[in-house]
Write a protein of this length. Sequence first.
Length: 343
Amino acid sequence: MNPGWQNFLQQRGALLHDDIVLHFGDAQGELAAAQSGTVLCDLSQFGTLMVTGEDAPGFLQNMLSSDVREAGEQRAQYSSLNSPKGRMQASFLIWRSGTDYFLQLPRSLCAAIQKRLSMYVLRAKVRITDVSGQQVCIGLAGDNAAALLQQQLGSAPQDAMAVEQHGNACVIRAGAQRFQIITTPPHAPALWQSLGAAARPAGSPCWDWLNIRDGIPVILPATQEQFVPQMANLDLIGGVSFKKGCYPGQEIVARMQYLGKLKRRMYLAHIAGNIVPQPGAELYSAEMEGQASGMVVNATTAPGGGCDLLAVVQISSRETQTVHLQSLQGAALNFLPLPYAIP
């Protein structure tokens, strides 16, 4: 996190751990506001890699699961970097400004993914730079989010994944009532104060909860190489192209789509109690006879108690069994509807 930005947030009551804003003094109240009000979140749990150079479009097209040609200055997209076995090593939100591409991913993965992508550059005219400290990413969500952006910036993106450029700010519509605003450290404080006059400052876990409720998977170190993109519903949110050329793992991903039968999908669920499972925690159902029937992708405390989570689960277990956390005696998952249809 940029030191000046960190100091600004701390002066306004932010409690940070490992450069992530946990809350502004009332974690439960902030979660309640994320559910029924309008919140303003610092998104320093994410970092950004910038990919530049005249060969950048072709390089990314040959490396990632999405059709990068569709990511432009007016439209963002989800994507993934996969192993040769088709397993996700990272998930991204991608957008472009001018000829530069930006890949947003968990900050904890930035260094490793930058190194991995750089291994494939070879003689291509491509440069991959970690620009996390040169940007501030702010999340704005709630019923009044679009109106606030209209008031402060003059307009707001109308469609999901649409992008608008506003001088020193890039705005991405991340959902029906959610926006990401990417700006520079010198301009972020004034923007935060303007938006904060009508939106409640909230910790980063509030944005994580909104991502979970929207069914957006975020691959973390504990879940790297655990899922083929379709298992995590990346194909349902525009993160996989089945019409483009080769990329690492493409043969496995395509075979799963056209020749195989997908046995696992990602679902939204709620668990009662005070347990918040870690990403990578295993799930069990009686039909699997001691073998795990699923894995937690992301989880966080839910408004009103308990926790909400995204989990990749055996489809048959989801349809016919009770699924439990960590053992058959563990907490039961109560499955909830996702905002998009699962085939």
